[in-house]
Design a protein around this ligand. Sequence first.
Ligand code: ADP
Length: 268
Amino acid sequence: VLRVSAVPVVKASYSEGTVFVLNDITRLRNLERIRRDFVSSVSHELRTPLTSIKGYTETLLEGAIDDREDALHFLGIILRESEQLTALVNDVLDLSKLESGKIDYKFRPVNLAEVVSRSIRLLGRALDEKAIDLRVQVPETLSPVYADREYLELVVRNLLDNAIKYVSDADGRIKISARQSNGMMRFEIEDNGVGIPQQDLGRVFERFYRVDKARSREIGGTGLGLSIVKHIVLAHNGHVEVHSRLNMGSIFTVTLPLASKEQQHNQV
Ligand code: ADP
């Protein structure tokens, strides 16, 4: 329903006009509904780790603390659930900032190879723990992309973090590659992991959407990583897509504009 209301304005001397205010009520209602759904999903997601933390703490206080082995086991769970809460709060804050549209992106020519190396360093421990065979084909010599370095790094980290989480346990292989053509950079992260069923492919960028809730909880995701990726990439005038085959692996492709000659030149 698109309602159009005509609001007469105080007449200025140069104009006898009337301003038409497009009041798209449906859009406002939708936004309100989306906001309510978000708040209720967040509350639900917070409740799960909190319930677990409370339960195990009570069990410890009721006597389990006297058995060292039990106590260590329960404390381990409490720590893991606390980390999950922290990750969730951080992702919710990031996403709500991104969705408010109030981010002051600092667009500059950015060397993708440097961003990739930094992300790999930050996730190095997880890569080592799973003994992942990582191949990187992102030449230093590629033209810079026009991006906000920090947010671009968040994109790369989220995609690499997913590839590490969902890669094959037995012989994990991840390939990161990039090439440029027609003023755009095509950046890919490929894994040989669990893959995504065809019917879920269109939904993985929705917030809190997870293919396998139980498994994802075990692995420790928030369900917000890909929504964050999508928001940032769109704000960069780029796009992101996924190709995947169940039990074979997934490829996430991000396309971003390269910095023009002028943008490179104006760089201080
Ligand atoms: P999460 O924190 O759960 O990983 P994301 O928003 O990053 O949340 O991803 C949403 C869902 O998409 C994941 O729960 C998972 O089911 C699926 N997914 C994302 N990346 C991959 C991947 N590389 N391989 C398989 N499934 C993936």
